[in-house]
Structure formats: structure tokens, C-alpha cells
Design a protein. Structure first.
Length: 192
């Protein structure tokens, strides 16, 4: 009985210490600059877009031109864009590969390495690509939108609903995005 009680106490302590983690506690390495980036400090202006991405996911490749278009349209209006890779390591080879991708693709954003999947687990990310749009709030950062960029990952010409565009346009108007969430479609995040 003592062992069971001790086990339960330890389990509760670990649960509360994990649930007490906040965005302020999360810093990831930017493969482009090599510097650590504290995520909470990046939630400013109109908002921060975290686009969960992987070079191994064909769905991420399909969204490449749409990401460039979104960044070109909304970055000057106060939105910050960052790619987050939950499948890359912080070794020099992975950093070089990610830097090369940013240079060649024209996406031109920071590319954060979530090697321990801290951020991915924090937001319960299951798909690549999946977007989290964080907006500044008095208590820190608020998720204003999460999910898919649009309703057709495979054919850009067949997109009929631009979820992320709508969400950012709503924020620019001072309104809450509707819908605040759309199911992301893509590759499953590999859990390590």
C-alpha cells in the first residue's frame, strides 16, 4: 500500500509539473540563425503563425507556394511566420539541410527545430502541416486559430475555403476567427 501511495504521489507531482509548463518556458533553435528563440517573445503585433512542417512530408511540399503567398500578404500587416520541424535534430547536418531548404524554397522564415517535440506536445500537434495562430493577450498568448491552411492540400486550384486567410482577415478586423479550428490533413507527426 505504501508503494502504491508513493507511486501516486510521484505521478501527481510529475503531472502538475508538466501541466505547469507554459509557452514562456519553451525555446527552440532556429536552423537559419542558430540562435535559441523563446516562443512567447515572438507573440507580438497581430500574431504569430507556427506552421508545423517536415521536409519528409509531401503535403508540406504541396503547400510551399501557398505559404509564400500567405507570408507575402500578411507579414507586412503584423503577422510573424515561423516553420517548426518536430522531426529534425539539432545536429549540424539537420541544421544545414533546413537552412538550404529555406534558401531554395523562397519561404524566407525562421525554421525552428523542435527536436524534443516540446512545442508539438504542448499544442498536441498530430499532422504536418498544421498551423497554430497565436495572438497577444493580457495573460500571454491565445490560440486564435489552429488546423488546416485551407480545404484542399493536394490541389491549390481546387481550394474553396481558405481557413487561415479567413482567420487572419478576422484578426485584422478585430474579430475572432470563425471557425477557430479546422481539421488538419497531412502526414502524421512521428512521435519520438
Amino acid at each position: 500500500m505504501k508503494k502504491l501511495s508513493l507511486f501516486l504521489i510521484l505521478l501527481l507531482i510529475s503531472f502538475f509539473s508538466l501541466s505547469a509548463q507554459s509557452l514562456q518556458d519553451i525555446s527552440l533553435t532556429d536552423a537559419v540563425t542558430g540562435k535559441a528563440v523563446n516562443l512567447q517573445s515572438q507573440v507580438k503585433g497581430r500574431g504569430l503563425l507556427l506552421i508545423f512542417h517536415s521536409l519528409d512530408c509531401p503535403f508540406a511540399k504541396m503547400y510551399e507556394s501557398r505559404l509564400i503567398t500567405l507570408r507575402n500578404k500578411y507579414q507586412s500587416q503584423g503577422f510573424t511566420f515561423m516553420l517548426v520541424n518536430p522531426e529534425a535534430g539539432t545536429n549540424e547536418e539537420d541544421k544545414t539541410t533546413l537552412r538550404s531548404y529555406i534558401d531554395q524554397s523562397g519561404i524566407n522564415t525562421p525554421y525552428l527545430i523542435d527536436d524534443k517535440q516540446t512545442l508539438s506536445k504542448f499544442y498536441k500537434i498530430t499532422k504536418i502541416p498544421e498551423v497554430i495562430l497565436l495572438t497577444p493577450a493580457t495573460e500571454g498568448a491565445t490560440i486564435s486559430y489552429r488546423g488546416a491552411l485551407d480545404n484542399n492540400p493536394q490541389a491549390e486550384s481546387a481550394v474553396s475555403v481558405h481557413y487561415l486567410d479567413r482567420a487572419m482577415d478576422s484578426i485584422l478586423k478585430g474579430e475572432a476567427p470563425n471557425p477557430p479550428q479546422a481539421r488538419a490533413v497531412g502526414c502524421n507527426v512521428r512521435i519520438y
